[in-house]
Write a protein that binds this ligand. Structure first.
Ligand SMILES: Cc1cc2nc3c(=O)[nH]c(=O)nc-3n(C[C@H](O)[C@H](O)[C@H](O)COP(=O)(O)O)c2cc1C
Length: 327
């Protein structure tokens, strides 16, 4: 089978969730949340903040390589920052041409650039020159701003500029995160470029994965929200590809998830302030509710809690095996 990539998700997937999700196994690669580049040369600590894995060979503890994603609109500034990032030996450098956030788009970054394939080329070509061939240089794009008029030209521009593979989130900026994802457009892009194209958008189940591969013609798939909602999805996709039976046993999955929730919570408590920690757990639980009834019950039980100790007590009551320091 092809590759499975864990998508960048700013504000949802950080190094802790990357650690937990890649420990379950089955992801070939993860991409960090975007690092905004605007006007100045970022210090090493800015890269380390978004991608602490840089201090560990740019890999999660489970060994999954983590590519660092940059977002910006100024070719020279992005190139300078990419050169700085190269010094930290990332597993790869990715450019974001998909972010729909108004704050990012107002400064000409993210998905707005898809209206101007020539500027896309200038940016990617400048960054290409700053990165040695040994470090994979990739890009992630949406189909366009409001429509698909520039989709193919954008993909061609990125290929001409020297990116070695391209993730396509198969929706326009205007479509935000609304289903469906237009996987057939990934196939159209594959028809006009030679480089490997990774399909992305709306893969929540093993069936979605199979249909995404069939429609897009791509064997390589990046999974975003589906990976957070169902940590065992990638493993089931792989098992299915290996011809094993994969009937989803949600209650078994939940029991397997409990130690991962414990690890997540303990790492969150060690990393972020006591005021922020409960919110982080609630974000993941809110995503897990989609696939696990038990997560729904747990989410409802912690929803109104703001104290770390209270949250820890409820986690233990719901079977999360916390070690004594966090319980
Ligand atoms: C909360 C959130 C944050 C995101 N942050 C990023 C980001 O930092 N960089 C990026 O390229 N895409 C980002 N994305 C887009 C995802 O990587 C992915 O392309 C999108 O969610 C579609 O895939 P999915 O339907 O499997 O979730 C984000 C998506 C979400 C939901």
């Amino acid at each position: 089978m092809g590759k499975l990539l864990l998508a960048p998700m700013d504000g949802l997937v950080d190094d802790i969730l990357r650690d937990v999700l890649t420990r379950v196994g089955a992801y070939d690669l993860a991409v960090s949340e975007f690092i905004r580049v605007s006007g100045s040369l970022l210090p090493a600590r800015s890269f380390h903040r978004s991608c602490p894995e840089l201090t560990r060979g740019s890999r999660t503890d489970a060994g999954t390589p983590v590519v660092v994603q940059l977002l910006g609109s100024d070719p020279a500034c992005l190139a300078e920052n990419a050169a700085q990032l190269v010094e930290l030996a990332p597993a790869g450098i990715d450019l974001n041409f998909g972010c729909p956030a108004p704050t990012v788009n107002r400064h000409g970054g993210g998905a707005t650039l898809l209206a101007d394939p020539e500027q896309l080329f200038r940016i990617a070509a400048a960054v290409r020159r700053a990165i040695p061939p040994a470090i994979p240089f990739t890009a992630k794009m949406r189909l366009g701003v409001d429509g698909t008029a520039t989709t193919l030209d954008c993909a061609r521009a990125l290929e001409a500029a020297g990116v070695v593979s391209l993730v396509v989130h198969a929706r326009t900026r205007a479509e935000a995160y609304r289903p469906p994802a237009h996987w057939e457009w990934v196939a159209r892009i594959r028809d006009v470029v030679q480089l490997p194209v990774v399909a992305n958008g709306e893969v929540w189940t093993t069936d979605d994965h199979a249909r995404c591969c069939a429609v897009s013609g791509s064997q390589d798939v990046m999974v975003g929200r589906g990976a957070v909602a169902d940590p065992f999805l990638a493993r089931r996709i792989r098992a299915l590809a290996a011809g094993q039976s994969v009937a989803a046993d949600r209650s078994l999955d939940w029991r397997r998830l409990l130690p991962l929730l414990a690890s997540y919570w303990q790492q969150v408590c060690a990393k972020v302030s006591a005021r922020q920690a409960p919110g982080r757990l609630k974000l993941w639980l809110a995503a897990l509710r989609r696939t696990h009834g038990e997560a729904d019950a747990l989410f409802l039980a912690v929803r109104s809690l703001c104290e770390v100790d209270q949250v820890s007590r409820v986690l233990v009551q719901h079977g999360v095996p916390l070690q004594s320091s966090a319980s």
